[in-house]
Design a protein around this ligand. Structure first.
Ligand code: ATP
Ligand code: MN
Length: 466
């Protein structure tokens, strides 16, 4: 590692000592022969102000100290007369690693639009906004691991390539090494004309995973409490501010647990990780509060303190029907909740996160445990103001016969799920879990409006640059 301190530590340290700082120049201002240079190394929101007195640095070097350049500054840390910063670095020597032509450097001081910054995703991490976004993202990832590790959960790495199309959670990306210009096809028999995937890499059609849940269940039925945290893919052509083709999902799975335990964990989990990020990234969150959403801090504090509302799907439908609203998507028992309904429940009725349970089995996945009424399943969705669904979970069907029947009802092939059914034959146990969209939670934490702006390199329909 380079010799020198993070700017975060320099700013928190004592004055009067020699300091070596590294970073990229944010801005430079010259006044009466004195030069004020703000540098940032990504370690914290605040920049370090470097003061270069008249004649302190050779003119040929000084010329290269422009916005975007990467530098090393050696000097003395002194109290700063300027307001808003306790200390500044009085430069004695400067080394420029890489220059940045001010005429063409795309990241200027003026506020750029989010759309423009997406087009320069290789440089946007150096902006104030994206510095804050990715520090929060890092803190959130760590808070998630800490939460589960402190509770004895095993971190399991589930596969990215899969041959089981997980319950139609979304359209899938195919994975193949077949020559697309020259696909092998059956020349005879009942499948004549169809593509012969037995000649493909895996001997059958393969996809990028839409969820690690089924494999996480295998591990839960051996390690009791487990979680996955990995990339997930959906080939859905939905160009919305809430959907990505590649996103990250957190999926805990717990054996000897029912839906109530699952709900309790989801609530404890959200509160704990939000509190942790607020603790670690307050300056970043304050920036979001100031620049993007004046309610974000208040909302987060509220979520940490308040208890979530609980309502059954059937009750939710009644509330929506009594609302007197003109819904774009009509409300009746059996219909899925749409964004407009979710937002009404969280933002207007309950004004806090809401957990909706016991959905009709027809609108939920085959693996959810069927209730005694035979019509609903032990599902739970956590809905959050502004975002809508943030967590989807359920108690899983642990009874072999019921699961087999559900697989058939849903028109799925039982041969494909042989190992999943096997789990119900050998040492089956009640178990439950949920999936949290990591970037959805990032939207919530930061108040950013578009999911493309909370992931380093977004993949969306028509766009996979960088
Ligand atoms: P939605 O109705 O919003 O498309 P979903 O019902 O398809 O969500 P699930 O299949 O339950 O979502 O996936 C679990 C979680 O993953 C969701 O609660 C959400 O937080 C997140 N998620 C789902 N699809 C996407 C996506 N395309 N981009 C980012 N996050 C997603
Ligand atoms: Mn979806």
């Amino acid at each position: 590692m380079r010799k020198g301190e993070y700017i975060r530590d320099i700013l928190a340290g004592d004055v009067g000592r020699p300091v070596v700082a590294h970073g990229w120049v944010k801005t430079r201002r010259d006044s009466k022969g004195i030069h004020f240079v703000q540098i940032n190394d990504g370690s914290c929101f605040a920049d370090l102000q470097v003061v270069i007195e008249n004649g302190a640095i050779e003119e040929s070097v000084l010329k290269q100290v422009t916005t975007g350049a990467s530098v090393r500054v050696e000097g003395e840390l002194v109290p700063s007369p300027a307001s808003g910063q306790p200390v500044e670095l009085k430069a004695k020597a400067i080394f420029v690693y890489g220059t940045a032509d001010p005429a063409s450097y795309p990241l200027q001081k003026k506020g750029h639009t989010m759309e423009f910054l997406r087009e320069i995703a290789h440089l946007r991490p150096r902006s104030n906004t994206f510095g804050a976004v990715f520090r929060v993202r890092n803190a959130l990832a760590k808070a998630i691991h800490d939460f589960f590790q402190e509770r004895g959960f095993l971190y399991v790495h589930t596969p990215i390539i899969t041959t089981s199309d997980c319950e139609g959670a979304g359209a899938m990306f195919g994975v193949t090494t077949l020559d697309l210009m020259n696909l092998p096809r059956y020349g005879e028999g009942p499948r004549i004309g169809e593509i012969d995937f037995s000649q493909d890499f895996f001997g059958k059609p393969a996809y990028l995973t839409v969820s690690g849940q089924l494999e996480a269940e295998v591990f839960a039925l051996a390690f009791t409490n487990v979680y996955t945290f990995g990339p997930t893919f959906r080939a859905e052509n939905s160009n919305t501010p809430r959907h990505l083709a590649e996103f990250w999902m957190v999926e805990p799975e717990m054996a000897f647990c029912d839906l109530q335990d699952d709900i309790a964990l989801a609530e404890e989990f959200l509160k704990a990780i939000i509190a942790k990020v607020m603790d670690e990234c307050l300056p970043d969150l304050e920036f979001f509060n100031k620049r993007f959403d004046p309610q974000v801090l208040e909302t987060l504090e509220h979520v940490v303190k308040s208890s979530f509302a609980h309502v059954s799907y059937t009750e939710a439908i009644e509330i929506l029907q009594k609302s007197g609203r003109n819904w774009e998507f009509p409300v009746h028992w059996g219909a899925d909740l749409q964004s407009e309904h979710e937002r009404y429940l969280t933002e207007e009725v309950f004004r806090r996160p809401v957990i909706v349970t016991d959905y009709p089995k027809e609108i939920k996945a085959f693996y959810m445990r069927v209730n005694e009424d035979g019509r609903t399943v032990r599902a739970m969705d956590v809905l959050a103001p502004r975002i809508g669904e943030i967590i989807g979970g359920s108690q899983r069907e642990e009874r072999y016969d019921v699961l087999l029947q559900r697989i058939r009802e849903c028109g799925l092939s039982e041969e494909n799920y042989w190992w999943y059914l096997d789990l119900r034959k050998y040492g089956s146990a009640p178990h439950a879990g949920f999936g949290l969209g990591f970037e959805r939670l990032m939207l919530y934490l930061t108040g950013m409006k578009n999911i493309r702006d909370v992931i380093p390199f977004p993949r969306t329909p028509g766009s996979a640059e960088f």
